[in-house]
Structures are given as structure tokens and as C-alpha cells.
Ligand binder design. Sequence first.
Ligand SMILES: [Zn+2]
Length: 291
Amino acid sequence: MFALLNSTQRQAASLRVALIGKNTNSVTIAEDVVLSPKIGSVIEEVRAIGREIEIVWDDGVVLRTKLQIRGSWQIFRMAEWQKKNRGIAKVVIQVEGCIAACFGIAEIETHHDFDPRRHPLLGRHGPDLSDSRTDLELCVDLMLSYQDADATIAEVLLDQRVMRGIGNVFRCELLWTCELHPWAKVSSLNRDECRELVSIAAELLQSQHATQDRTLAVYGRHGKNCQRCNGQVRVTHHGEANRVLYWCADCQTRHAGTSSSRYVTEHDTPPGVHPAEFIYLSELERARKSG
Ligand SMILES: [Zn+2]
């Protein structure tokens, strides 16, 4: 069955197993890039598109590598890596227990994984919620006047023009904390509810340094029991950028009735299946259909 996948898809499948959900210990990129993945941020997705592999971090930074014919991503254990000639790797990502290195790349690029319409360079940045001096009322105003009334609250939390400082891990945790349905339309929240959400986000972000070791309620806990209601934590993909989203369908029910139909749970990962495995099986299924 593995043979049904092309070489890029197979490499992406191995990278998913090695990297997804891990904290980044170091990243070395041999060429100048506009954005560098942050040390400590969580690797969230690995995508295969033609001969390109994209690695996506929790804060939305995407590393795109276009592979040459003999180019490849390879995974090494630390001991194996010591023996390897490291000089020729163009990208080296170190996470706990292993190293992913890329050889023979035609193009390397980094960018922010947001809908181009929402690219931070195209509009003014919203308030930074991790800054204690930030204007929370401005953020509330930006939410209430959001131009796309059908947009979901989960999408708006990552829109840099409305607020900054929220990475994807934090987004999932915040929605859970506020018991908000991730698909709730942003236009269904009134001023008090927007203010509550923004205030809780700012408070949590600003105290994050003191609570870095806190355990996560939903992120990465697919198939496990919700700490609040004992329901099952689910994972899906959501929004224009198709970011991974963990949530509890049993207790995150506020504004559930207003759910935007744009991104229904068509990609919902079945319970008991690891997200990386689900993507792998989906790619196999597509390869089988097209072959
Ligand atoms: Zn729950």
C-alpha cells in the first residue's frame, strides 16, 4: 500500500510521525528566509503538495521546501546524526529525540500561513494581547466590526489584523476555556462576550511565562477524555488556512447554533486515529482513487 504514495508523500508521512506535536529545539536554515520558526513553538502540520513539503508551526510560520529529483527529507536519531556529514543539509530541525534534515532543495521559503486576504502585510496589525499596555477595547471593536460576518470565531482569533499573540495551541485552549463552539460566527457574539473572550486571552497570555508547564486541556489530546465534561476531545481542520483544531464537542457549545456552515467537520479525524495517521490514510485513499 505504501507504494501507492509518491516519494514526497512518503517523506511527509515519516516527518509527521517524527515531528507533529513536538516542541522545536532548534532550526537551522542554510539560506536567508524572511521568517524563522521560533524555538519552543510546536510543529503542527506537514503537508505534501507535488514535490513540495510544507512544515507548519503553531504560530502560523510555514517552511516550504521544494525538493530536487534526488532531494529528500530524512529523519535521524541523535546518535546517527553525529556521524552524518551535517554540512550538506540545507535545513535541520531538532526536536526531542530526533532530527529532521533536508538535502537537495531547489527552493526554500518561509511565510505566514494565513489567507492572503488576511495577510498581516496587507492590513494594519491589531493589538498584541500579550502586551499588558494593549488596548483591549480596540480589539473588541475590531471583532464587532469584522467585515466577514460569516467568519468563525476560531478564524478571527488567528487574524493578525484583529489581534496578535494567539498561536494555534493557545487558540484551541482559549476556545475550550470559554466553552465556545469553534464554528460560532463572530457576528453572533455581543460586546460583552467579545470583551470577555479578549480579556481572558490577554490575561492567560500575559501570565503564560509563569504557567509554561501547565497541561493542555484539548490540544494534542485527540480521543482522550475532556477534563471538564468527560466527553471526547476531537480534532479537525478549520478555516482558510486549514489549521488543525482540537475541541470538545460535548462542552464547547456556546453559540453552537450559529455555526457557520463553511467549514463543517468534513475532515474530522475519527476517534482513536492519530491525526498523522488520518492524513496518511486520506492520502492513500486519494492515491488509490486517482491510480
Ligand atoms: Zn468537554
